[in-house]
Design a protein around this ligand. Structure first.
Ligand code: KIV
Ligand code: NA
Length: 264
């Protein structure tokens, strides 16, 4: 079997060729992403995208492990990173280690991701020193949506920049092998990328980040309204609508099954 991309390999990509990351939640789509991506993220966005939850707050360890197992089975070369769900890591470094070890042990993933800046640095250090590679996530952190009061682009006021840069620097210094920078103004994303030793993976950030990530279903056009930072590289939702409508019409007018679809 081909060896998977490792955390040290990603770390070494700082300032080099851009890191390609995408989400996947299922084995068949992970298999499609695998040949093209360095990192496949099993994001807790799966709560909203595939389970119909209103936010990522209700996502459980069991959901992350089940989808994580599917994505690891469906892929062979990309590094699989699994999001730690809300409530599974914030309490203490010990709680985070217990749950991260369970995620790694039960799925075979290469790393976990957790949200938060300076306040999570001791936890990130605790995990990395004990064999669990950690991807950081700063800027707009969706698990804090209730305290933020919604999804808001970060860094619109320059007096907030020092805090955001410190967050990313502390996460990198604690040992994160890469950091997702989400939903920040472009100039702040550039300042963060320049300031930290770990590669930054942008989403709603800047083309000058060390890599980019999108939610697969968003870039394939499978989800509804998407924010400005998403580029739809395909319109599979519209194709699916048409295919389903064609099927329904064919069933109703007995055009399906046809001669080629029956056993004689
Ligand atoms: O959950 C997710 O999909 C994510 C990415 C958008 C970074 O955290
Ligand atoms: Na996430």
């Amino acid at each position: 079997p081909v060896k998977r991309v490792t955390a040290p390999q990603i770390l070494a990509r700082k300032g080099a060729t851009p890191i390609v990351a995408l989400t996947a939640y299922t084995a068949p789509l992970a298999a499609r992403v695998d040949p093209h991506a360095d990192i496949i993220l099993v994001g807790d966005s799966l709560g909203m995208v595939v389970h119909g939850l209103p936010s990522t707050i209700g996502v459980t360890m069991e959901m992350m492990i089940l989808h994580g197992q599917a994505v690891v089975r469906g892929s062979s070369r990309a590094m699989v990173v699994i999001d730690m769900p809300f409530g599974s890591y914030e309490e203490s470094p010990q709680q985070a280690f217990r749950n991260a070890a369970r995620i790694m042990g039960e799925t075979g993933c290469g790393a976990v991701k957790l949200e938060g800046g300076s306040r999570m640095a001791p936890t990130i250090r605790f995990l990395t020193e004990r064999g669990i590679p950690v991807m950081g996530h700063v800027g707009l952190t969706p698990q804090q949506t209730h305290t933020f009061g919604g999804f808001k682009t970060q860094g619109r006021e320059t007096d907030s920049w020092a805090g955001h840069i410190q967050d990313a620097a502390d996460v990198a210094e604690a040992g994160a092998f890469s950091i997702v920078v989400e939903g920040v103004v472009e100039d702040l994303a550039d300042r963060i990328t320049e300031a930290v030793v770990a590669p930054t993976i942008g989403i709603g950030a800047s083309v000058r980040c060390d890599g980019q990530i999108l939610v697969l279903d968003d870039m394939l056009g499978l989800t509804g309204r998407v924010p400005r930072f998403v580029r739809r590289f395909a319109d599979l939702g519209a194709q699916a609508d048409q295919a389903i409508a064609d099927y329904a019409a064919a069933v109703r007018d007995r055009g399906f099954p046809g001669d080629g679809n029956v056993y004689r």
